[in-house]
Write a protein that binds this ligand. Structure first.
Ligand code: ADP
Ligand code: ADP
Ligand code: MG
Length: 661
């Protein structure tokens, strides 16, 4: 076994790997860029080596610096995590040449699977069902059209070297191919320096289901069942689970057998993932193999009890797998939510900044017999920078059944509190509350189907209206008593949590009883109150149901969010409620003339000048953050009156880029 491992990565995955190394008694080294000097990974590792400026090309992707750091610290092996150098065959080979162990598959397996055309050929030969289509390079538009028509529309045009959702385009017609083929080719050339393109059938409304495989250097390969990752935006995953609600035993066994056959055919000797698209009819087709640890590996660990990082380390050190396929089984159900620094209310655009508050739910067992795990690489006060992946953490829950795992996830998300930047916690909580998600009718179109106009929160249900009412009453009572200890009023009108409701409040021990004199019924009992002024989360129990809500006093009233439902709730005297009802609705500021930056970042280009006429939909600027270039378009026709920042300037969210006359 190794005595010291270097981790050529950052953030949560570096912390994750350190955790396993500690348990195994292996010393750890992390490398870090200037942007990560004060990171949790650097704090946790036994040693840390500085490797350069923030851009990955000058730090985390620089093989020379990684090798030098191994030499300097005496690390015998490198775990690459995911992203960065993890699927780089030349890097794996380089380490081998230097006598350093790469904790991942052999370079031959990486190159065989790194290319989509090659890997599809390989898969077909190994008896794996592949997406119908053309397995080979396509020369020009004429050939692309001919092949598309042979396959039958819709088809998917794909870059052989593509990855991370880039270099992919759907074509529904001949015209789409004529336009799309050159576009994908240009994007592939620019992003991957390789413009080989192939075309396959586009499976409509498919599910993304992948098989975790694990091999050793002695020819043994097992699979650790499947994960379903159908909840995606921009062809990238947000919610994953294991097992898949679609699969039955026979399909699971068939997919597992094909994945193992492919892994054996390429001499696979580490942890890896064989991705498939599956039809709702359980047909399935090979997509690609990822020759690394996968972001969503925790769900597999939770249902199998196997630590995949430990297994990668053991097989890299030459150990034989200590279990066979028959020793493995699925225990319960696990779900992972990726907590991203992105604004779900603005098309999931990245939202960088400081974690002014970062308070994750408690990890470990819950009173209901579920388990919570949070893989994070940040602490309160840390910055999510524009240089790397915008992930804050990965929240996973496990329970005996899928319904219970969803309940546990929803409860854990309630207790996840983040301030300082946009984050997708309300969105994730919203999905957990959707009947369609519960029913398991997933597809990669889920987000588009369910939120066609974008995500704007969900309307509160009856329980949530009660939560909002009760929380507002309790907060109002504490705050008004503070302001005036002699205040005695117990009767109020609550406005904003559904229809206005008259309430009568009474204290009962530490609890608050809320009666509704105008409606029959028992009213509400709010107890186990856990809140003090200044705290951003109000926890308690309403009836028998524990809950936590984000709650903040506003100038007037409170902003209360429970899961995906949010409202501005006021607790008023009957007289002020009457006045309030007569107020004209507030008008939003007229921003139609302003074109704003939807996210913080750098202005890459400003494509209009004062005096120029623009049409709705026309590109006016490009703003870049976190490797993503975002094209900003005019929302209406108009004449440019003024422009704001210039190329190279930093902008904050809502900064004015262009003003129309
Ligand atoms: P897939 O595994 O299907 O390719 P992922 O969402 O897991 O999709 O990852 C997409 C790409 O981005 C992969 O190359 C992965 O290694 C990389 N990646 C994802 N998340 C991170 C992260 N937090 N840090 C570094 N790289 C990441
Ligand atoms: P990447 O290397 O970017 O991860 P993949 O080939 O894994 O590329 O595809 C990414 C996503 O695009 C998949 O998870 C799936 O949602 C969708 N996709 C890819 N190929 C097809 C196809 N032939 N039909 C339908 N959807 C597809
Ligand atoms: Mg993929």
């Amino acid at each position: 076994m190794f005595s010291k491992i270097l981790i050529a990565n950052r953030g949560e995955i570096a912390c994750r790997i350190i955790g396993t190394c500690r348990r195994l008694g292996i010393a750890t080294v992390v490398v870090y860029s200037e942007a990560d000097a004060d990171s949790l990974a650097v704090e946790m590792a036994d040693e840390a080596v500085f490797i350069g400026p923030p851009p990955a090309a000058q730090s985390y992707l620089d093989a020379d610096k990684i090798v030098a750091a191994c030499r300097e610290t005496g690390a015998e092996a490198v775990h690459p995590g995911f992203g960065f150098l993890s699927e780089n065959a030349a890097f794996a080979q380089r380490l081998a040449d230097e006598g350093i162990v790469f904790i991942g598959p052999n370079p031959g397996a990486i190159s065989a699977m790194g290319d989509k055309i090659e890997s599809k050929r390989f898969a077909a030969k190994a008896g794996v069902s592949t997406v119908p289509g053309h397995v080979g390079e396509i020369a020009d538009v004429a050939e692309a059209v001919r092949i598309s028509e042979e396959i039958g529309y819709p088809v998917m045009i794909k870059a052989s070297a593509g990855g991370g959702g880039k270099g992919i385009r759907v074509a529904w017609s001949r015209k789409d191919v004529e336009e799309g083929f050159p576009a994908v080719r240009a994007e592939a050339k620019a992003s991957f320096g390789d413009d080989r393109i192939f075309i396959e059938k586009f499976i409509e409304s498919p599910r993304h289901i992948e098989i975790q495989v694990l091999g050793d250097k002695h020819g043994n390969v097992v699979h650790l069942f499947e994960r379903e990752c159908s909840i995606q935006r921009r062809n990238q995953k947000v919610i994953e689970e294991a097992p898949s609600p679609l699969l039955d035993e026979a399909t699971r066994a068939a997919m597992g057998a094909q994945a193992v056959a492919l892994a054996k055919a390429v001499g696979y000797d580490s942890a890896g993932t064989v991705e498939f698209v599956a039809g709702q009819d359980k047909s399935f087709f090979f997509l690609e193999m990822n020759t690394r640890l996968q972001v969503e590996h925790p769900v597999t660990e939770l249902i199998t009890g196997i630590d995949l990082v430990e297994q990668m380390i053991r097989v890299a050190a030459g150990e034989k797998l200590s279990f066979a396929q028959n020793d493995l089984s699925i225990d319960g159900w696990a779900i992972e939510s990726r907590i991203y620094a992105e604004d779900p209310y603005r098309g999931f655009l990245p939202s960088i900044g400081r974690l002014v508050r970062y308070s994750p739910p408690e990890e470990g067992s819950t009173p209901d017999g579920a388990r919570v795990r949070n893989d994070a690489g940040v602490r309160e006060g840390d910055e999510i920078s524009m240089f790397y992946d915008p992930m804050i953490s990965k929240l996973s829950t496990w329970a005996p059944t899928r319904d219970q795992a969803i309940d546990a996830m929803a409860a854990a998300l309630e207790r996840f509190h983040i301030e300082g930047l946009g984050h997708n916690v309300p969105f994730l909580a919203g999905v957990m509350d959707q009947d369609r998600f519960r029913s398991g009718k997933l597809s990669t179109n889920y987000i588009k189907d369910e939120f066609p106009e974008g995500f704007h929160g969900l309307a509160p249900d009856e329980f949530q209206r009660d939560v909002m009412t009760a929380v507002a009453c309790a907060m109002h009572r504490v705050l008004s008593r503070r302001a005036n200890p002699k205040a005695t009023r117990d009767e109020w009108i609550v406005v904003g949590a559904g229809e206005p409701r008259r309430v009568q409040l009474a204290e009962a021990g530490g609890a608050l009883r809320i009666a509704f004199p105008d409606t029959p019924g028992e009213g509400l009992l709010l107890d186990e109150i856990d809140w003090r002024p200044g705290r951003p989360v109000f926890a308690g129990r309403l009836g028998a149901q524990p809950f936590a809500a984000a709650a903040a006093p506003l100038g007037e009233g409170f902003r209360i969010r429970h899961r995906a439902a949010s409202a501005h709730v006021l607790v008023l005297t009957p007289r002020s409620a009457e006045l309030h009802a007569k107020l004209p609705p507030k008008k939003a500021a007229d921003t139609a003339k302003l074109i704003l930056s939807p996210m913080p970042g750098l202005v890459v280009s400003l494509d209009v000048v004062p005096g120029q006429e623009v049409k709705a939909g026309e590109q006016v600027a490009v703003v870049e953050a976190m490797k993503m270039q975002n094209i900003i378009r005019a929302e209406r026709d108009g004449k440019v009156k003024a422009t704001g920042p210039q190329p190279g300037d930093p902008v904050a969210a809502d900064d004015v880029l262009v003003e129309l006359a």
